[in-house]
Design a protein around this ligand. Structure first.
Ligand code: ADP
Ligand code: ADP
Ligand code: ZN
Length: 215
């Protein structure tokens, strides 16, 4: 199964992708995670992306398309994948179509998570992740069962993203509405779009997504 999770920053794409990885046994391809790894490793891509990401702007389509094209050619993507944070512009969506078409493949479903702006601010402000396994948490909405200990791997190290602050979020939301929201109309036009109420509890959002995917 090949699917796209679409939605503004903080909508819950990463959270839901993690459940779908386990449920369908296909990898999550998060361009945000890949870029953060490139920044941490100090690669050429990382050097180019660092300041752009810290400002909350979008990294160039050329860089992103190259990263995804390389990634979906790897063997673990043969059975399918979950795109989280890509495509984010109409140009990326067209590039994705062509990369897959060249392999005789296509995206089966697009799931758009709808969340109010006020809730996004709250979700982003309270977001943190396990420093070892990347499991996502929230100060209010998703705390580890045992305080300070990761449910998934037992680590006691957590981290917060530098760009998860109200000021940068404004720029990221602007980029979302200007460059990414048009994808909703694009995929609707191709009859691929499914919308889900992302304001619901995490488990209810998962159920709604699974209903769509299993239909
Ligand atoms: P995205 O990948 O779309 O940027 P995340 O999955 O990282 O978003 O979610 C942002 C934050 O909101 C995380 O801290 C996560 O735990 C929390 N969160 C995700 N989904 C929900 C939900 N349905 N209700 C409340 N909080 C949520
Ligand atoms: P979120 O879903 O919380 O906004 P991501 O982790 O998906 O965050 O992305 C973090 C940052 O990485 C973005 O603000 C942007 O600078 C960059 N980025 C990630 N994916 C893309 C993409 N497909 N196109 C351009 N820039 C991207
Ligand atoms: Zn962990």
């Amino acid at each position: 199964m090949r699917l796209i999770l679409l939605g503004p920053p903080g909508a819950g794409k990463g959270t839901q992708a993690k459940f779908l990885v386990d449920a369908y046994n296909i990898p999550q391809l998060s361009t945000g995670d890949m870029l953060r790894e490139a920044v941490a490793a100090g690669t050429e891509v990382g050097k180019q992306a660092k300041a752009i990401m810290e400002a909350g702007k979008l990294v160039s389509d050329d860089i992103i398309n190259a990263i995804i094209s390389e990634r979906i050619s790897q063997p673990d993507c043969a059975r399918g994948f979950i795109l989280d944070g890509f495509p984010r512009t109409l140009e990326q969506a067209d590039a994705l179509y062509h990369m897959l078409d060249d392999k005789g493949m296509k995206i089966e479903k697009v799931i758009a998570l709808e969340v109010d702006d006020d809730a996004l601010v709250e979700r982003i402000s309270g977001r943190y992740t396990c420093a070892d396994c990347g499991e996502g948490y929230h100060d209010k909405f998703k705390q580890p069962a045992k305080e300070g200990v990761c449910d998934r791997c037992g680590s006691t190290e957590f981290k917060r993203r530098k760009d998860d602050n109200p000021e940068t979020l404004k720029t990221r939301l602007f980029a979302y509405y200007k460059d990414t929201a048009p994808l909703i109309g694009y995929y609707h036009a191709y009859r691929m779009l499914n919308t889900v109420d992302g304001m619901a509890d995490i488990g209810d959002v998962t159920k709604a997504i699974r209903t769509i995917l299993d239909a």
